[in-house]
Ligand binder design. Structure first.
Ligand code: G3P
Length: 217
């Protein structure tokens, strides 16, 4: 399972990278705005800064919603850095653009996916990643993890190579459940990754080991 961090915050990206288990970064316009990154040039520079911190894929989202606009923006993003994956919304023009990018060898992440049908379409268009938003489904009393399981089943039935990128992960249990289902990638906040570290028996055990060592030395 690949671990991506879902943020545009450079400090958190560095911290996750330092942990040694980071495989990539996802961003979106809201996450960029949260960091105060505005204006086209600043946004493009920020993507390059992120690429220079991490070793893996960095999803950069288009703003355009028409085919020509998505293609123009996506090609500009892809030219920025070899690690960039063009993030395209799950809309009709987006699917057409994903097919276009696939044919040109440009990698894509189909975002804002909330149903198995949408995920099937993204795979048919050749998306590199599909991003089902599980937390936002949970928010409206719909089982987000069930969507991951449905997509896993469909992709395995036909051998689709599109990777399931479980997005809108909110906590550590989402990560674990996605791992059990077989999501290829998770993207979430740093806390969802660091939460995997925690167990009280580890802390208690370590404290005792160190205390016992001190007794004899
Ligand atoms: O990767 C998608 C993600 O950024 C959405 O997360 O928490 O805003 O639903 P959230």
């Amino acid at each position: 399972m690949k671990f991506f961090i879902d943020t545009a915050n450079l400090d958190q990206i560095r911290e996750a990278q330092d942990l040694g288990v980071l495989d990539g970064v996802t961003t979106n316009p809201s996450l960029m705005a949260k960091e105060g990154i505005t204006g086209r040039n600043n946004i493009l520079k920020h993507y390059v800064d992120i690429c220079n911190i991490v070793d893996g894929d960095v999803s950069a989202e288009v703003i355009a919603t028409d085919f020509d606009g998505i293609v123009k923006e996506g090609e500009q993003l892809a030219d920025l850095h070899e690690q960039i994956v063009v993030k395209v919304p799950m809309i009709k023009e987006g699917i057409k653009a994903i097919k276009y990018f696939t044919d040109k060898g440009i990698r894509t992440n189909c975002t804002l996916v909330f149903s198995a049908g949408q995920a099937l379409l993204a795979a048919k268009a050749g998306a590199t990643y599909v991003s089902p938003f599980i937390g936002r489904l949970d928010d409206i009393s719909t089982d987000g993890l069930n969507l991951i399981a449905e997509i896993r089943l469909i992709y395995d039935n036909y051998g689709f190579e599109t990777e399931i990128l479980a997005a809108s992960i909110r906590h550590t249990m989402h990560v674990l459940e996605c791992a059990k289902i077989g999501a290829d990638v998770m993207t979430g906040p740093l806390s969802s990754i660091e939460g995997l570290l925690k167990h009280p028996l580890t802390d208690i055990g370590l404290e005792k080991f160190l205390a016992d060592y001190k007794k004899g030395n």
